[in-house]
Design a protein around this ligand. Sequence first.
Ligand SMILES: NC(=O)C1=CN([C@@H]2O[C@H](COP(=O)(O)OP(=O)(O)OC[C@H]3O[C@@H](n4cnc5c(N)ncnc54)[C@H](O)[C@@H]3O)[C@@H](O)[C@H]2O)C=CC1
Ligand SMILES: O=C(O)CCC(=O)C(=O)O
Length: 416
Amino acid sequence: MAKTSLDKSKIKILLLEGVHQSAVDNFLNAGYTNIEHLPTSLDEATLIDKIRDVHFIGIRSRTQLNERVFAAAEKLVAVGCFCIGTNQVDLDAALARGIPVFNAPYSNTRSVAELVLAESIMLLRGIPEKSASAHQGGWLKSAKNAHEARGKSLGIIGYGNIGAQLSVLAESLGFDVIFYDVVAKLGMGNARQVASLEELLARADVVSLHVPDLPSTRWMIGEEQIALMKPGAILINASRGSVVVIEALAEALEAGRLNGAAVDVFPVEPKGNNEEFVSPLRGQANVILTPHIGGSTLEAQENIGIEVSEKLVTYSDNGTTVTSVNFPEVALPAHPGKHRLLHIHDNVPGVLSEINRVLSENDINILGQYLQTNERIGYVVIDVDKDYGPKALEALSRVAHTKRVRVLYSETSFEG
Ligand SMILES: NC(=O)C1=CN([C@@H]2O[C@H](COP(=O)(O)OP(=O)(O)OC[C@H]3O[C@@H](n4cnc5c(N)ncnc54)[C@H](O)[C@@H]3O)[C@@H](O)[C@H]2O)C=CC1
Ligand SMILES: O=C(O)CCC(=O)C(=O)O
């Protein structure tokens, strides 16, 4: 499907879930003025209706971009997840339509790690229960079940960016850090990798989850795993609600098997701040419940706003896909004085030679060419003389296995 050029002011950007104002400012500074900025996510029917004329969408963790939504998103050029996790997006459905998805892989890492560390200390001291009691006029002055963090074992499941950052902070506080990861990793400081999940659960006083939502991590902590934890241990989940069987956790807390928990993410989360939060963990003693705010600090959100909007602007302006989570990565120089064709096609043999054949047949000289592929698609970027952009667009749109082709004009980078 070929795309004709559009003025930047006609490129529609939809930002949901209260994406930080820094993103809006960045788009405006780059000349993109057609921005709708909403504070919540949208239900599927409303989203399907709205997305039909949207070129770029920005979401956080709540909005579900599934096959049905992509099928309606006829003009969509790229998706920005203003967060780390991308499990809320059907990445295959996006790829099948030649739509790259971007995220912010680091900007809220520190915020999550700081929160988890603070929660570890609070839970080791039984603060949620003592504080709730004091608010009701109670006075639970006691050292029962109250422990220092120093010398306790912190077990981190998933030693990626957040797990490793937490490891450093926790060790500086005196925690003895162990971790379990499916990939062999060098621990930061004195942190040690253990051989199995079972070993970590049996050794740790505080267990903290930092894995992505994957088929292999879904419900990875249930009744059986909780039974392996030390009596009186603490469980923290700031990863995804699909990782812990929440009923099993609620039962273990109620039975006094565990001394406390902090949970930031839930199997079902309210769409916005006006919807009731329902969970079997409500009302449990020594449990910190937070509304998926692990990454919600002003610092993180401002940085994420800048980072992801920059990625979308760069893709729109010059075709660069570096750090896309589903797309072949192409890093591109500017293209002053040239027209740039972006051709996205099924990755089958012969497409590149066909592209070059039709260009040569039309006497279009190639000034630069960049190709990357993944197992599903090929992404080729071709610079041509500025007299040839429209002609090349027309020629390339007829190449077999083309998913999408668009042209970027030299100065007024555009979209279509
Ligand atoms: N609560 C919140 O607001 C936030 C939650 N998150 C969640 O935290 C997750 C982790 O974030 P990062 O550390 O940046 O991700 P990352 O990709 O850097 O690290 C994830 C680690 O988990 C490991 N892993 C994957 N499957 C595993 C398994 N079955 N068992 C053990 N380890 C496994 C990976 O090898 C990797 O080392 C994100 O995917 C996101 O879902 C991220 C930011 C904010
Ligand atoms: O801030 C958000 O909405 C989601 C944070 C999160 O879970 C992530 O970054 O993966």
